[in-house]
Design a protein. Structure first.
Length: 423
C-alpha cells in the first residue's frame, strides 16, 4: 500500500538513522567499560545523566517546534547529531576522549532527538491519511526492529575487528544521510499559527502534559509507557556490565543477544494490523501489553556461557515480539487522539517524561546493582513490570479504528511519529 513519495523519503531517513543507531548499539557503554575502564555505576550514570539533562533542556522545545516549519527543524537536528557524534572518534584519535566528553555528546544527541521526534510527528500529518495510520506505524515499527536485528550483530563484528569507535563513525554518518533524505521531500510544510504579538509564557511549557492528563486514554497509555520504558531501560546498562564485564561475552555474542530477538519485533509489527482487524484494537493492545510485562523477569536467570546467551535471546525474543504488536497500536491510539495544533507539544512532553523516568530509574538501579548485584537488580525490575498492565486504559474508552473519529483537525490527515525510544 503506497503512502506517497514524501512519506517514502521520511521513512528512508528514519530507516538510515535507525540502522546507524543500532549498529552503534552499546558503543558508549563499551567505550566506558573497555576504553575508559568505568565501573557499573559510572556506566549507568552516563546513560542516566544524558537522558535527564537532555529531557530538561528539551522542555521548551515543544512549543518552539510547534510554531516552526518542521523540515528545517528535522534537518538541523540531524546535523547537530552528526557533529556531536563525529566529535567522539576525532577526540579518540587525538587522545582527548574522556568520560565528560561522552556525557556531553549524550546530552546533545538526546536533546536533538527529542526535537526531531516532535517535528517529524507533526509533519507527517500532511503525508499519511487517517485510515492508513496503523499501516504507517507498522512500517516504522517493522523498520526499527529489522534495524535492531541487523545492527547489533554487524556492530558487534565491527567492534571485534576495529573497536567500538568505528560504530560511532557509522552512527554519525547515518544522521547526515537522514538529513539528506528529509531534504529530498517535496511539498508544503506545517507550522501552527501564532499571534506575533503573543509571547510564549512559562505555562505554555506544560500544555503537552495538561492535554495528556486530561484525556483518560492518553493518561493510561502515558503512565504505562513511561513506567515500562523506564524499568526496561534501567536494566540495559546492567546487562552490559553483566554480559561484558562479569560473564566476559565477546562483542559478537553481545550483539547477537540483542540483535537476533529483534526479528520477533518485525514479525509482531507485520501482524499488528491484521490482529486488530480480526480481534479489535483494545483486545490486542491489552493482551500484548500484559505479555510484554511477563517476559523480562526471565533475564534474572541469565548465566555465563551458551546457556546465558540462549536465555537472553529467548527472553528478549518473546518480549520484543509482543512489543512489535503493541507499539503500532499504542502509537496510533496516542496520535489519533491528539489535535494538529498540539502534536509537537504532546510528543515532546511524552519524550521528556519517558527520558526523565529512564534516567531516574537508571541511577536507582545502578545504586541497587552496586549494593546487591546486576542480576538481582534486573530481577527486581522484572517483578515490578508485572504490575504495569494495570495502567492500560479500559476497553470502554478505546474505540476501534473503524469507529474512531480523528480529533482536532478532523478534515486533515492524521499523525505518526516514531523515533523515541529507542535511542
Amino acid at each position: 500500500m503506497s503512502l506517497g513519495s514524501g512519506f517514502g523519503w521520511l521513512w528512508s531517513a528514519y530507516a538510515v538513522s535507525t540502522y546507524g543507531t543500532w549498529i552503534a548499539f552499546g558503543a558508549f557503554p563499551l567505550i566506558a567499560v573497555q576504553v575508559l575502564e568505568s565501573p557499573a555505576f559510572a556506566v549507568s550514570f552516563l546513560e542516566a545523566a544524558g537522558l535527564a539533562v537532555a529531557a530538561i533542556v528539551a522542555v521548551p522545545l515543544g512549543p518552539w517546534v510547534e510554531h516552526r516549519a518542521k523540515r528545517p527543524v528535522m534537518i538541523a537536528m540531524d546535523l547537530v547529531r552528526f557533529v556531536a557524534m563525529a566529535s567522539v572518534p576525532i577526540a579518540y584519535v587525538l587522545g582527548l576522549l574522556s568520560y565528560g566528553h561522552l556525557l556531553v555528546v549524550s546530552i546533545v544527541t538526546g536533546t536533538a532527538g527529542i526535537a526531531f521526534a516532535a517535528a517529524s510527528g507533526a509533519y507527517v500529518k500532511h503525508l499519511v491519511p487517517s485510515d492508513r495510520l496503523l499501516v504507517a506505524n507498522g512500517r516504522f515499527e517493522g523498520t526499527a526492529w529489522v534495524a535492531t536485528a541487523a545492527g547489533p550483530p554487524l556492530g558487534g563484528a565491527l567492534i571485534g575487528l576495529l573497536g567500538p569507535i568505528v560504530t560511532v563513525v557509522a552512527d554519525a554518518f547515518s544522521y547526515l544521510l537522514s538529513a539528506l533524505g528529509v531534504l529530498r521531500i517535496r511539498g508544503g510544510d506545517v507550522a501552527a499559527p501564532r499571534d506575533p504579538a503573543t509571547r510564549m509564557r512559562a505555562a505554555d511549557l506544560l500544555d503537552g502534559w495538561r492535554f495528556i492528563l486530561h484525556d483518560r486514554v492518553l493518561r493510561g497509555l502515558f503512565l504505562n509507557s513511561v513506567t515500562v520504558g523506564g524499568l526496561i531501560m534501567a536494566t540495559l546498562p546492567l546487562l552490559s556490565v553483566l554480559l561484558l564485564g562479569q560473564y566476559h561475552f565477546p562483542a559478537w555474542q553481545y550483539g547477537l543477544a540483542f540483535g537476533l530477538p529483534a526479528v520477533g519485533g518485525f514479525v509482531g509489527a507485520r501482524l499488528s494490523a491484521r490482529l486488530v482487524a480480526r480481534h479489535g484494537r483494545h483486545r490486542v493492545m491489552i493482551i500484548s501489553g500484559w505479555l510484554r510485562s511477563l517476559f523480562p523477569l526471565g533475564l534474572a536467570f541469565t548465566q555465563p556461557g551458551v546457556p546465558g546467551l540462549l536465555t537472553v535471546i529467548a527472553v528478549e525474543g518473546l518480549l520484543i515480539t509482543c512489543m512489535g504488536v503493541f507499539n503500532p497500536i499504542y502509537a496510533t491510539e496516542r496520535l489519533q487522539r491528539t489535535p494538529a495544533d498540539h502534536t509537537a507539544r504532546v510528543l515532546t512532553a511524552w519524550s521528556v517524561s519517558g527520558k526523565l523516568a529512564q534516567a531516574a530509574l537508571m541511577v536507582v538501579w545502578g545504586v541497587l546493582a552496586t549494593l546487591t548485584s546486576p542480576l538481582t537488580a534486573i530481577a527486581i525490575s522484572g517483578v515490578l513490570l508485572l504490575a504495569t498492565p494495570l495502567l492500560l486504559p479500559k476497553g470502554a474508552h478505546t474505540p476501534d479504528p473503524a469507529v474512531a473519529a480523528p480529533t482536532g483537525d478532523q478534515g486533515r490527515r492524521s499523525l505518526t511519529a516514531r523515533k523515541d525510544g529507542f535511542r
